[in-house]
Design a binder for this molecule. Structure first.
Ligand code: SAM
Ligand code: SF4
Length: 467
């Protein structure tokens, strides 16, 4: 199982693995041991396409080396490309999309019996299992934390973004189903949950409207603030995270719920995209740089120890030097803890992809990208240095990949910490460490004490490829 892209895809992969394991397959340690390789694809930027077709080239050799080997391609890129995947790589056995993950095993059986198959549904089938990844059996990468889907699809129209085209319209998962799933996860020893959606602040708006249409006396607004409070008060849940909120829909009630619910972590991923009001308007983002900074100031007033991360796109069509300088200014004022910087990538089918006449010279984009990187890396490093001397609560992830003698974990602010423990600590252990050094991309610490041992029993990894 190989995953490209975001947390949504990682979570879909967990349920594809879960379905295949329910059907009798076992996780293979390497391609050599595998009979089936599943690629769960991403199409958010162009290099993801190139990577997929490159990987499929290698997999042809793998498949030809042994009778009976099968290749399944799912996810956003196959949803977008439909028949293109099998025409460019006819050796692929199953091509499926984002709306029929629940059919993985049936499609694999059909391909084994009748030959290659492509099945892409245009929209989600109105059936609980088809809609929400969390509703299917899953094999989670770790057993102490879990993703929980609260919403699928996206109703926004950001000019650069392919997500609405490949993930469909926004549908909220019933409130009680989410809370019940979190209770169930907690009963299995999960202590940290991340609520997933493309626009989590609008969670529940569709549910409220439907309830009012049915005559219920409920307010018509979104329900995300209440969801945070209810999930956050489930017994055994020590950390709640969520991604992604949309700045145009960020309301005070959500910030208050974050501040007043002790288990909700002091971390906000708050995607800026651009600091220029002109570019934000061309992107159809629905807020200005000033409004973004005002809400951020409110968030920090309510949660003084809040870590803030963001996404910024460089080189949106028509971005002038002045627009870019405004992005630098807003980024500097926002003082981010970490920033995912992206170069604009035209995605066929999006509005921005038609703005050819205004595409920015790649050399100019590269130069701007470096200037932005200097600004955001500087604030990230200063933020890390400011943690020095503090005692942080850490959830242990396991031994460091580079140095197995070192333990790694995450703080409540989601910062990676490396520290040396006097004895091995199981993943999921809560411990404290004193931060001794803030490096540009991680913290180093000195072990202080164990706060609690994990109670879960199993750990079944799923391989992930980041793009
Ligand atoms: N729904 C989330 C939001 O609104 O922030 C995130 C969606 S997307 C999976 C993650 C990030 O990819 C976006 O925040 C944006 O910065 C970036 N992105 C999306 N489309 C892009 C494109 N065409 N070119 C470059 N970056 C893009
Ligand atoms: Fe894409 Fe905008 Fe929806 Fe995020 S909110 S998924 S960037 S369309």
């Amino acid at each position: 199982m190989r995953t490209f892209g975001c947390q949504m895809n990682e979570h879909d992969s967990e349920r594809i693995s879960g379905l295949l394991e329910t059907d009798g397959l076992r996780r293979a340690e390497s391609d050599d041991d595998a009979d089936v390789v599943v690629l769960n694809t991403c199409c958010i930027r162009e290099n993801a396409d190139n990577k997929l077709y490159g990987t499929l080239g290698h997999l042809k050799t793998w498949k030809d080396a042994k009778e009976g080997r099968r290749i399944v391609v799912g996810g956003c890129l196959s949803q977008k490309d439909k028949d293109v995947v099998q025409s460019r790589a006819p050796w692929v056995d199953v091509v499926m999309g984002t709306h029929n993950v629940h059919r993985t095993t049936e499609l694999l059986h059909q391909a084994i019996e009748h030959g290659p198959i492509t099945e892409i549904l245009e929209e989600a089938v109105i059936d609980d299992h088809a809609l929400f990844p969390s509703a299917l059996p899953a094999r989670r990468e770790t057993s102490y934390n879990a993703w929980v889907t609260i919403q699928i699809g996206c109703d926004n129209t950001c000019a650069y973004c392919i997500v609405p085209a490949v993930r469909g319209k926004e549908i909220s998962r019933p409130f009680a189903d989410i809370v019940n799933e979190v209770r169930h996860l907690a009963s299995q020893g999960v202590t940290e949950v991340t609520l997933l959606g493309q626009n989590v602040n609008s969670y529940g708006r569709d549910l409220s409207l439907a309830a009012r249409r049915d005559g219920a006396d409920v307010s018509a607004g979104p329900q995300f603030a209440q969801l945070l409070r209810d999930v956050g008060s489930v017994d055994g849940i020590r950390r709640v995270r969520y991604t992604s909120p949309h700045p145009k829909d960020m309301r005070m009630d959500v910030l208050q719920a974050m501040a007043e619910t002790p288990s909700v972590c002091e971390h906000l991923h708050y995607p800026l995209q651009s600091g220029s009001n002109r570019v934000l308007s061309l992107m159809h983002r629905g807020y200005t740089g000033e409004r973004y900074l005002e809400r951020l100031a409110e968030a920090r007033r309510l949660m003084p120890d809040l870590a803030v991360t963001t996404d910024i796109i460089v080189g949106f069509p028509g971005e002038t030097e002045d627009d870019f300088v405004r992005t630098l200014e807003v980024a500097a004022e926002a003082d981010f803890d970490s920033t995912f910087t992206f170069i604009f990538s035209p995605r066929e089918g999006t509005e921005a992809a038609t703005m050819h006449d205004h595409f920015i010279d790649p050399a100019v984009v590269a130069e701007r990208f470096e200037r932005l990187r200097a600004v955001v890396e500087r604030s990230a490093w200063l933020k890390h240095q400011a943690r020095e001397g503090r005692i942080e609560e850490i959830i242990v992830e396991g031994p460091s990949r580079r140095n197995p003698g070192v333990t790694t974990g995450r703080t409540r602010q989601n910062k990676l910490v490396h520290f040396t423990a006097p004895h091995p600590l199981r993943p999921g252990t809560y411990a404290t460490a004193e931060i001794t050094r803030g490096a540009p991309h991680f913290l180093e610490g000195k072990f202080v004490e164990v706060l609690s041992e994990p109670t879960h029993k199993i750990r079944i990894p799923v391989a992930t490829v980041n793009v």
